[in-house]
Ligand binder design. Structure first.
Ligand SMILES: NC(=O)c1ccc[n+]([C@@H]2O[C@H](COP(=O)([O-])OP(=O)(O)OC[C@H]3O[C@@H](n4cnc5c(N)ncnc54)[C@H](O)[C@@H]3O)[C@@H](O)[C@H]2O)c1
Length: 270
């Protein structure tokens, strides 16, 4: 029998205070993983950890910044001291930032450089830095699994979000690069993959997808027209795919970006 279990594994999850990270963290605890929930915001994080423990799981919360290597190193030390290993890293912290989204009639030439830098830094370096710190522990263990979060913006252009798109495309490429680096230098025990979620309604995109009266925006209509399944994803639909990528069942899978998108990336629109 192939083993789809992640029970007993120690999983570091960044952005666990958020919508996607929270849902995946809950599913991990329910599957018996020990979860280290990291988020820069204390409030959603505290509530999340309470929720994870209430589910009967083992979980700790650490307020941390994925862009601060020194603080990540302390976190890594603390986890190894407490649980002995780091088996899984889910780089989920990230997302678009309001200032980095061009208004419908705003020319690209007026884009705010500070916001471009913020969004590319958070998404790309926010994946690279934790991979350096926790990946180093995995290299020593010769065992581990990293899952990054790319996006549909990495497949073809999505209007108005240039910085986010470039950063997510970088994450897809970095996933292949790091998968190769880890396997060549540290053996077949370390795997690096990514998921590319399609469109899920979360805090960051709700206002561009849903009108205040609850109806769908024009942008939503365009998204659904290019999604053969003709609906948005339910965030729980990411959970099984991430668990699979972290389990022994995926033991020969590394360097892939798995779309979870109702067919969006497969469809030309015609
Ligand atoms: N919601 C979607 O439809 C969708 C689609 C594709 C990809 N994604 C990606 O999924 C991931 C999670 O998205 P979400 O919708 O759950 O967003 P979210 O805003 O609900 O969660 C992101 C979390 O990351 C945390 N965070 C931000 N900066 C941080 C930092 N420097 N250090 C540590 N934590 C930090 C935030 O506090 C927040 O809790 C993002 O990478 C996003 O780009 C989301």
């Amino acid at each position: 029998m192939t083993n789809f279990s992640i029970a007993g594994k120690v999983a570091v999850i960044s952005g666990a205070g958020g919508v996607l990270g929270g849902s995946i963290a809950k599913s991990f605890v329910q599957a018996g993983a020990k979860v280290v929930a990291i988020d820069i915001r204390k409030e959603p994080l505290d509530a999340r950890v309470e929720e994870l423990i209430a589910l009967g799981g083992e979980a700790i919360g650490i307020v941390g910044d994925v862009l601060n290597i020194e603080s990540l190193e302390k976190v890594a030390e603390e986890i190894v001291g407490r649980w002995g290993s780091i088996d899984i890293l889910l780089n989920i912290a990230g997302g678009n930032l309001p200032g980095a989204t061009l208004a419908p009639d705003q020319p690209f030439f007026d884009m705010k450089i500070a916001d471009w830098e913020k969004v590319t830094n958070l998404n790309l370096n926010g994946t690279v830095y934790p991979s350096m710190v926790f990946g180093k522990v995995m290299a020593k263990q010769r065992k581990g699994c990293i899952v990054n979060v790319s996006s549909m913006t990495a497949y073809s252009a999505i209007t108005r979000v240039p910085g986010y798109s470039v950063a997510k495309t970088g994450i897809s490429n970095f996933t292949q690069w790091l998968a190769t680096e880890m396997a060549l230098k540290y053996g077949d025990g370390i795997r690096v993959n990514a998921i590319a979620p399609g469109f899920f309604i979360g805090d960051q995109n709700r206002s561009v997808l849903i009108n205040p009266d609850g109806s769908l925006t024009e942008r939503s209509g365009k998204i659904l027209a290019k999604t053969p399944m003709n609906r948005f994803g339910d965030i729980t639909e990411l959970n099984g795919a991430v668990q699979f990528l972290c389990s022994e069942a995926a033991g020969f899978i590394t360097g892939v970006v798995l779309p979870i998108d109702g067919g969006f990336s497969a469809f030309s629109g015609v």
